[in-house]
Design a protein around this ligand. Sequence first.
Ligand code: PEP
Ligand code: MG
Length: 550
Amino acid sequence: MNMIYGKGASGGIAAGILKIIRRERPAVREETCTDVTAETAKLHAALAKAEDELDLLYGEAVRKVGEKEAAIFEIHRMMLTDEDFVTEAENFIRNGHSSAATAVRKAGTALAEIFGAMEDDYMKARAADILAVSERVTDILGGCGGEEGRTITVTQPSVIAAHDLTPAETVMLDRKMVLGFVTEGGSAMSHTAILARTMDIPAIVAAGEIPDRYDGCPVVLDGNEGVLYVEPDEGTESRFAEAMREAEDERRRLERFRGKTCVLSDGTRVSVAANVGSLADIDEAMRCDAEGIGLFRSEFLFMGRTSPPTEEEQFEIYKQAALKTNGRECVIRTLDAGADKQIGYLTGDAHEANPALGLRAVRLCLAKPELLRAQFRALYRAALFGNLSAMIPLIVLPEEIREVRAVAKAAQESLQAETAAFGKLRVGIMIETPSAALLADRLAPMTDFFSIGTNDLIQYTMAADRENPAVAYLTRELPESVRRLIRSVCAAAGREGIPVSVCGELAADVRETKFLVEAGVTKLSVSPPGVLRVRESVMREASRLVPVSR
Ligand code: PEP
Ligand code: MG
């Protein structure tokens, strides 16, 4: 048995025969031209053809993976018309007398190098997109355009290996034939990896050289750990076969909980919602039968760009989020940047020795109130389209709620002054700090709901960095101190008559379902694949639970 280590880009296990795809690309030769005008015309004709191809591909991708993930092909189309790219290619023809193909290749490589050198991993990963686009144009110039020529065809179910896959190749993969894929290059941030996750194809990227002699060998691909086992020994094979069987059995068993509602013996309803970071995640959450969205991490909308999304951009996304959740509650958390979620253009200017205790989350928003105001305006406008709530992270003091409410009110008043249409928005807070938990009785009358962010509440209570494995032993079991805080938060909320949810990872820990529900938590919000498992756990406990009177 040989093992190849890469990065797990899309979870799950696949077992089958390895098929190595080596595409013969025409040798890259520097070609020149004599007729600059004719060559420039050729360039523009190829660009136009590539645009048409990408339009078709976009349509196909929308059908297969939905609008959000298909958007990459719109971006590819925009790259084709990008002024810098086109002018650079024209210049190579005009000044360097390059052929159109050589000019496109050179312009693509130059632009990809600029992206490849960027600090931000997301921007770095865009280099691959630029190369994919320029390759498409050179293929057309070389007479081999069209998606068929580019589609990877596999005639029997296999795990495929390639140097890299473009997003176009990935979206066109036949899911019935491709059990999983491994690429020698690539990154987990690439659109190829994102598409693999959306299409639910187990995948490994950045695996380094995969020797051709492995072609046709039996393999097990572990997309969770990023390991490819070539000619797995009996023990490995049976371990993964067992894991796959168990996963399948569990999937079948959990299906019985689809569409079910959890009601405790006293009639209290406990719902299981989902945590998401994008509109595509909401689609996934709805597929997983989530009863609404308990946490939409809006900070992801602010990442991978060089300036904040405009009010209009945010409005469109929140509106779609409201529509997609279809009458169920969708809780959008206001920007939670800082600490482990650095967003260069917002958080980069001041060096903080202790970013987890620094200017993050609501503190950053109150330091830049125009940011929060734009977010609230977008949220109020989007609230017309569904059941939206806003949720404020990292509250420590009542004053912060007052200040946030003042910004929300100003946002509402400015919309009123413009006679812009807007809807109703509940405003809740996250309980993620010992201070907020201890002041819960004073905070409860000021807010519409509490949502306990146990990831941070545990880290701040135990003074144990959630990212540091050396201190993970302190939080492996739910600490008694945190249990006490959760109980007292629920009691304070109960006296005020506001609901409490949990949206930290603890909500998915089925060992603690009984404790949370008994304490008075009425909503558990977990990542989409965990919804049915948590619902099963609540229903199993429901008959035995005696809810604490609130
Ligand atoms: C939490 O702290 O529990 C939480 C849900 O927020 P995040 O993990 O995004 O900090
Ligand atoms: Mg948090």
